[in-house]
Design a protein around this ligand. Structure first.
Ligand code: SF4
Ligand code: SF4
Length: 450
């Protein structure tokens, strides 16, 4: 229920513009559901790092409520705390009252963004990425081409050799060092828009190819299609699909996220698919939440049709992909969960079970694998210090697993894990890889035996 429907319950206070926007956008019933028990505190990475109440879910909800009730005239403290929140949503499963923290976070960021006075360069960058680039696959392809020029013509080598990259802040240097090879052609340009099932057909899946995913992780998209087709699914890749809108929704651009959601729903609705498959936890979680994103709109019924069909690739592969018939891999493997995959999509065991089925491999559980790695969309760029603290803590546990392979199921986590491996000096004996790519590698080893 929107706040405006229950205005009567709210204290009558002098309304600043921030108060008005928050009152209009925040769900006051949901805010009031928090009973201040504090069960969420140990689950929250930023509370664990700082020990500050204001940096906890309970503290942030209290700040939101104080702002809505008009007790916080200046939204600065609330804004700072919301910026520091990873949006990992580890607080939600820990909450006995079922407070929908993620929903409150998105609504509050949306309200604050309407009044944000960003520096000019921040405004330009936001406009460029959120409006000009991510929603346009063709422009992303051009970005891919530029990256290829940078990576393959010796320019990257030259800039590194000249020490030019040392001018960048350390977190950008670390990300540059682990950036994968870009592709100028995405999965549909390479495989077509329809890939038939092999053997007996079990159903039709629509591949959600993502935006950045299809430029920097095209190989993972190709492996996803191959594994699904071999598991008995016709795979369609609707060309009209666009960015999922997760970065928009998490950054206070809810209107843009809604518009992208509508486009994606129409793109898949035309194809009558049984499932819509994602291989990125961050995207999959928002795709599943389209129903909630569009709940007040006439598209709500279509959004439900869409959300009900969204699955993570690991769910379908566990049920239909014969991992035990593939090759062997003599390696010690561990797994870092994607926050949105486990906390929102509730996909926890499926990737682990797939890894445990690989013949010859030893699976070892990572201590606190369910804790955020500090990547969190663009958090590692906007809050580099906190992100690095969380990553360093994570890498202590990764080191203790003595694993050869660290597996993840989200591109942002994968890049963060690669950076962490380098940072921790583990790169000579450990690699990070997406679960789909590891399974594709194991399958190929099986093929080469015959
Ligand atoms: S666990 Fe839930 S109800 Fe308890 S303080 Fe945290 S958000 Fe509020
Ligand atoms: S989303 Fe994550 S960082 Fe933010 S309050 Fe919840 S647990 Fe803490």
């Amino acid at each position: 229920m929107k706040t405006k429907e229950i205005q009567g319950k709210m204290p009558q206070v002098e309304k600043t513009p921030v108060t008005r926007r928050l009152q209009d956008k925040l769900n006051y019933d949901e805010l009031s559901n928090c009973m201040r028990c504090g069960f969420c505190l140990p689950a929250c990475p930023t509370y664990r790092e700082t020990g500050r109440e204001a940096s906890s879910p309970r503290g942030r909800i209290a700040l939101m409520k104080a702002a809505v009730d008009g007790h916080l005239q200046n939204g600065k403290q609330l804004e700072d705390q919301l910026n520091q929140c990873l949006g990992c949503r580890a607080c939600e499963p820990a909450c006995p009252a079922g407070v929908k923290y993620g929903e409150l976070l998105e609504q509050a960021r949306d309200a604050l963004e309407d009044h944000a006075r960003h520096k000019v360069w921040v405004r330009v960058l936001r406009r460029f990425f959120f409006h000009f680039l991510f929603p346009h696959p063709k422009r992303l392809r051009w970005l891919g081409r530029l990256l290829i020029i940078y990576q393959k013509t010796g320019l990257q080598w030259l800039l590194r050799k000249l020490g030019f990259l040392k001018l960048l802040p350390s977190y950008l240097r670390e990300m540059e060092a682990v950036m994968p090879a870009a592709a100028s052609k995405g999965v549909a340009e390479q495989l077509g828009n329809f890939i038939p099932a092999q053997g007996k057909k079990k159903g039709t899946v629509g591949l959600f190819r993502g935006c950045v995913m299809d430029v920097l992780f095209t190989e993972t998209n190709i492996n996803t299609v191959t594994l699904l087709s071999e598991a008995g699914f016709d795979v369609v890749i609707p060309p009209q699909q666009t960015c999922c809108g997760a970065l928009h929704a998490h950054s206070g651009e809810r209107e843009m996220a809604r518009s992208l959601a509508r486009q994606n729903i129409q793109a898949f609705k035309q194809r009558e698919v049984d499932y819509i498959v994602s291989n990125a936890g961050g995207c999959g979680a928002l795709l599943q939440e389209y129903e909630h994103l569009l709940e007040d709109e006439c598209e709500a019924k279509e959004a439900r049709w869409f959300s009900e069909r969204v699955k993570d690739i690991s769910e379908l592969l566990l049920d239909h992909g014969p991992v035990e018939k593939w090759g062997t891999l003599e390696a010690r493997i561990t797994y870092q969960a994607s926050c949105h995959l486990q906390n929102v999509m509730q996909v926890k065991e499926q990737p682990r079970q797939l890894l445990r089925q690989i013949k010859g491999a030893t699976y070892v559980e990572l201590f606190e694998a369910d804790r955020c790695c500090g990547s969190a969309g663009i958090y590692n760029l906007t809050q580099p210090e906190m992100s690095a603290r969380i990553l360093d803590e994570k890498m202590k546990h990764v080191r203790a697993t003595k694993a050869d392979i660290l597996v993840t199921s989200n591109p942002g986590c994968l890049l963060q894990m690669k950076a962490g491996i380098q940072r921790a000096g583990l790169s000579d004996h450990m690699k990070a890889i997406h679960v789909v790519d590891l399974l594709a590698e194991v399958r190929q080893k099986g093929e080469s035996r015959y």
